[in-house]
Design a protein around this ligand. Structure first.
Ligand code: MN
Length: 246
């Protein structure tokens, strides 16, 4: 099973959740929202296991935590993964959009200079703008658009840029989410929970519940659940070449 965007450090019972992820042999991309959380979050997971920790600076707080960019730069050599980063142009965060954009540009430039990273991106209210920013720094690495609600045309543009998409159960409950998912190429999709922010049944989604997208995709693609599972695992192996097998 896979959860390619999860905030393990933000669950109230993080250690218990991590222990269950290990027991379930779940592949997790454990994302962070500030660089100062990176070391503590990385320490939750065993070294070289199926849980990988990403270095992030979430767009909702990027402007107020801009002073942490020095830490971002210091920790970047320690990980192949960056996130959660991106842009948020929803009403509450639109006032800082210019700062967010400048910070994202700096992050992408650092990634490019470091030889590229796997980067998980937030784009609420900024589905077109995020593509413009990524197009300006294509050597920053491999982009995973998380919970991406772009139009079919934007998804096609993202695909031309070889972007990936991470999709969670919550996204499949909205009409807009579903129509985005239908436009995404199945070879570039990974499951995500976005827990504990992502919800299932009115409570925080658990990492292994990311896999609950499988039956819905079987229905959408007109294939068996086994074929969906094989596709998602194959996708992970293509994206992360050193992924632990099994
Ligand atoms: Mn998130």
């Amino acid at each position: 099973m896979i959860d390619f965007h999860c905030h393990l450090d933000l669950y109230l019972n993080s250690r218990e959740i991590v222990a269950q992820c290990i027991e379930r042999r779940l592949h997790v991309l454990s994302v962070t929202t500030v660089p100062s959380a990176f070391e503590g979050t990385a320490a939750l997971a065993p070294v070289d296991g199926r849980i990988r920790t990403a270095l992030g600076l979430h767009p909702e707080i990027a402007a107020s935590r801009e002073h942490e960019m020095a830490l971002f730069e210091r920790f970047l050599p320690r990980t192949s993964y960056v996130g959660e980063v991106g842009l948020d142009a929803s009403p509450d965060h639109r006032p800082t959009l210019d700062r967010q954009s400048a910070i994202l540009a700096e992050i992408l430039n650092l990634c490019a200079r470091a030889g590229g990273r796997i980067i998980t991106l937030h784009s609420r209210g900024a589905t077109g703008m995020i593509l413009d920013r990524l197009a300006a720094e294509l050597t920053a690495g491999t982009f995973i658009l998380h919970w991406y609600l772009g139009s079919a045309k934007q998804i096609s543009r993202a695909s031309e840029m070889e972007c990936w998409f991470s999709v969670g159960p919550a996204m499949l409950t909205s009409r807009r989410g579903l129509s985005a998912v239908k436009a995404m190429p199945r070879e570039y999709i990974l499951p995500e929970s976005d827990g504990p922010f992502g919800q299932v049944g009115g409570r925080p989604a658990l990492p292994w519940e990311a896999w609950s997208i499988v039956p819905k995709f079987a229905e959408l693609w007109g294939v068996s659940k086994g074929e969906v599972e094989a596709q998602l695992l194959d996708n992970l192996r293509r994206l992360v070449v050193d992924v632990a097998c099994g």
